[in-house]
Every structure is written in structure tokens, then in C-alpha cells.
Design a protein around this ligand. Sequence first.
Ligand code: FES
Length: 168
Amino acid sequence: MFSVIENAPLSDPINIPEQKNIIDTIILNNKQRAGATMVILNELQSQVGYISEPMQVYVSKELDVPVSAIHGVVSFYSFFTTKPRGKHTIKFCMGTACYVGGTPQLIEKAKQSLGINPGQTTEDGMITLEVCRCVGACSQAPVVVVDEESHGRVKPNKFPQFIRQCQE
Ligand code: FES
């Protein structure tokens, strides 16, 4: 499992000295705390911006936790990403009310407009599409969150406006 670290691309945070320092400091400051895994992953996501596979293996080694457990947490919570996010994020709520209310049609429109699927980032690094769980505004379904701003009762024809907003 350590070969994942040794073979990490040069662009991986594990191979960039300043980022590796941040990673080591986060681990060192939190490894004795209760719930250390979650605290450390949260800090890595916030400070490094994503949690690559080599980073997951490194954390597992440092905490002596199976890498499958780290991977399980990272893939369960949509807050975590394994690749850098774009400058802007457009999230589609996939809770029941939104799903029934039209989220699949909104995602289809987004795919047509940007040529990417949820979980991907445009080539220029500007926009990442994501899906998320219920954001607690079900009466406004379907809900789309552009960066931190929620928009309710979104129609597919509103999508170009979101793109413009992200490109400004
Ligand atoms: S299901 Fe989308 S806000 Fe609740």
C-alpha cells in the first residue's frame, strides 16, 4: 500500500513541500483527539482543497487505520473530494423532493451546457458539478447550490444564467 505514496504524481500534495508540511501539521495536531480521522480529513479538505488517494494512504499509515476506512469516509460524504474542485461549484440536490421535482432534468441540461458529468470539473478549472444530499429547503425543490448560494424552484432554462454568474 505504501507504493501508492511512492508513486504519487509530482503534482500530488504529498510531493509538494509546503502542502506536505500542512498535511503533517494537521495530522500531528489532531491524531490524539477523539474522532481524529474525521477531524483530520475535514482539515485536509479545507486547507489542501481535496484528499488525493496518496493522501488517504498517508493518513491511514500515520493514524494506523485501514485505508479502506479512510476511503469509506471520503467517498461517503460529498463534502470530500479526491480531486481539486473548480473555482466555482454547482451542486444539485438529490434528496427525494428535489429528485422528484426535476433534478435529473437539471443535471441533463448542465451536462449538455458544460460537457461534463457531476463529479467533474471543466477543463478551464472554472466549474465543478456535484450532487449533494437534501439541503433542507425541500419546499423549494428542485434546489441548486451555486458556490454557497441556494436557488429554489430551478428550471432547466435558468442554467445558462448560473454559468454566466460563475464566469463573471
Ligand atoms: S430534497 Fe432537496 S432540499 Fe430537501
